[in-house]
Write a protein that binds this ligand. Sequence first.
Ligand code: SAH
Length: 236
Amino acid sequence: MRLNRILLVITGLFLLGAGYSEERFYMRKENMINSQIKARGVTNERVLKAMHKVERHLFVPPMYRHLSYGDHPLPIGEDQTISQPYIVALMTELLELKGGEKVLEIGTGSGYQTAILAELAKEVYAIEILEPLAERSQKLLKELGYENIKVKHGDGFLGWPEYAPFDAIIVTCAPKAVPPALFEQLAEGGSLVIPVGTYWQELKRLKKIQGKITSKSIIPVRFVPMLRDKESKKRF
Ligand code: SAH
């Protein structure tokens, strides 16, 4: 009986260790890129390289860390989620970043998507409406050495006029309709990638061509709603 218990504890510790080792994470990351991302048609080499480089498990709360490279979103606290890896890769690919861009991100959450963008563009301006998440991601991104990211606690519906126009804008929470300020702050020729809708949502890529909108539907998606400033304050 006693021996059984000791064996159980040893097995438990072994499994825990195996689940968390860096080597395991590396293998799971490789597997994620091949089976979830490349297999579904994301081919942009720069995007794939960034997905290799950024360690997703560093952005996931400790209790879910072993699930970091799974094919699904995960809770990050405050009722919010870190997006599914494939969706992060797809949305990033749709921005067609070459390296010199100024990017606006709305819905920083864990900061994972922000780090991917920072690998691929010159500067990233990131807005998060929930203060604890804004603080946490800002701290983590700084610790990881990113110097081309500015995180602000604020309302993404307003964009970030001080730094506009942006060559690319990505929104990782869903409004009912595209916020006008975001389209206004998009540079000529730039892309805005955004989920739009309530229960049923569609991922869209908008482009500003000679001041006019062109819009393309990409796939149906499921994101957390884009909160109005008042809604975010009611929560505390
Ligand atoms: N890209 C993030 C996704 C987090 S979920 C990640 O992968 O970790 C979406 C985030 O959008 C949440 O953190 C939520 O708080 C934030 N959000 C919701 N409404 C917002 C708004 N109006 N302005 C800025 N951020 C908002």
